[in-house]
Design a protein around this ligand. Structure first.
Ligand code: SMG
Ligand code: MG
Length: 372
């Protein structure tokens, strides 16, 4: 299919409540959306990069810049050399550009959406979904006090979330976990996410989490410390899960081989797209490593694609694929709503969802049309 042009659209979405992690507190999301227009259809991509480079090196202004100055010209060159622009081709065309995986993922997602809409095929079918609904876990931020945390957790359990993930950091880890176990019991599926806040020197401290039967501890050490995670994994009973460290199938293979993780949080934006995400899924399944779908506070666009990915057979742990209402009062698409602790996997062509025009226009802070 021939690409006619791409719209870069920035939207600002207020969060229903501040979301605090070990690297900061978010009160709103400044999101870059890409709308790809081809001869046959249009497709939407969502870039998960945040305003500041605090989760990883990417940030939304840089993503918009790299799309404009490097990724789009690469697609133009590919198109002019006669290469058809399928989503599979996008990854190859963009490979010479180093890094910027979240920007690349958004572009591939938009091309894939357009391609699949033209084919009348859903993301779920394309990726290999085996179920039509996926269990919803929820990520709970750091709170000012344990009582406030317990209220939040109680509310999410009442809503039907099947798994609780607590953000932790030094000074907010063992006590909140103990309090949740004491209040809600041992049967609640419970895990923690440190977002790289600890060092290997904290190993003995983190071993204090072992008695609480956590599903996993997510990314305790810094992104590049794969060997440190392997050493830490030998010191803990709680399974180590990696998030920030896993940026590709190649790094996933290395982390698994080195024993740095026994579970992987797959985020399509972090790894460069849904096709690479599926490669990591396939690799993990081959090694007997469980995977689950992580979240980056996506709108209903990214949420739709994540639900499709989470429906693949290796996604055996509940993901951070929450309802739209976990973060947003008004989603840019029809809201995703929990039904008995699960989200329905969209079945329509492509993403199966699209922005609601009036909502999109209300949330838009900037729009820019780049012709090819
Ligand atoms: C602002 S925190 C974004 C990254 C974080 N994501 C979540 O905690 C889940 C957020 C969501 O449900 O979208 C993670 O490290 O896993
Ligand atoms: Mg994480």
């Amino acid at each position: 299919t021939k690409l006619q042009g791409i719209e870069l659209r920035r939207i600002t979405m207020p969060l229903v409540a501040p979301f605090r992690t070990s690297f900061g507190t978010q009160r709103e999301r400044d999101i870059l959306l890409l709308r790809v227009v081809t001869d046959d259809a249009e497709g939407w991509g969502e870039c998960v990069a945040m305003t500041e480079p605090l989760y990883s090196a990417e940030y939304v202004d840089a993503a918009a810049d790299v799309v404009r100055r490097f990724l789009l010209p690469a697609l133009v060159r590919r198109q002019e050399s006669g290469g058809g622009l399928t989503a599979n081709a996008v990854g190859h065309a963009l490979a010479p550009v180093k890094g910027h995986r979240m920007a690349k993922a958004a572009l591939e997602m938009a091309v894939l959406d357009a391609e699949l809409r033209a084919l009348g095929r859903s993301f779920a079918t394309e990726l290999g979904a085996v179920v039509d609904r996926v269990p919803s876990g929820v990520s709970v931020g750091i709170h000012d006090s344990v009582p406030e945390l317990l209220d939040a957790v109680g509310g999410y359990l009442d809503e039907g979330y099947v798994r609780i993930k607590l953000k932790i950091e030094p000074g907010w880890d063992v006590e909140p976990v103990r309090a949740v176990r004491e209040r809600f019991g041992d049967d609640v599926l419970l895990q923690v996410d440190a977002n790289t806040a600890y060092t290997l020197a904290d190993a003995r401290h983190l071993a204090q989490l072992d008695p609480f039967d956590l599903l996993l501890i997510e990314q305790p050490l810094e992104e590049e410390d794969v060997l440190g995670h392997a050493q830490l994994a030998r010191a803990l009973r709680t399974p180590v899960c990696l998030d920030e460290s896993i940026v590709s199938a190649q790094t996933a293979a290395a982390a698994i081989t080195l024993g740095a993780c026994s579970v992987i949080n797959i985020k399509p934006g972090r790894v460069g797209g849904y096709l690479e995400a599926r490669r990591i899924h396939d690799l993990a399944v081959a090694h007997g490593v469980a995977v689950w779908c992580g979240g980056m506070l996506e709108t209903g666009l990214g949420r739709a694609a994540n639900a499709a990915l989470a429906a693949l057979p290796g996604f055996t742990l509940p993901g951070d694929v929450s309802g739209s209402g976990r973060f947003y009062r008004t989603d840019v698409t029809e809201p995703f709503v929990l039904d008995d602790g699960h989200l329905a996997v969209p079945t329509g062509p492509g993403l199966g969802v699209a922005p609601l025009p009036e909502v999109l226009d209300e949330l838009t802070t900037r729009t820019e049309w780049l012709p090819l």
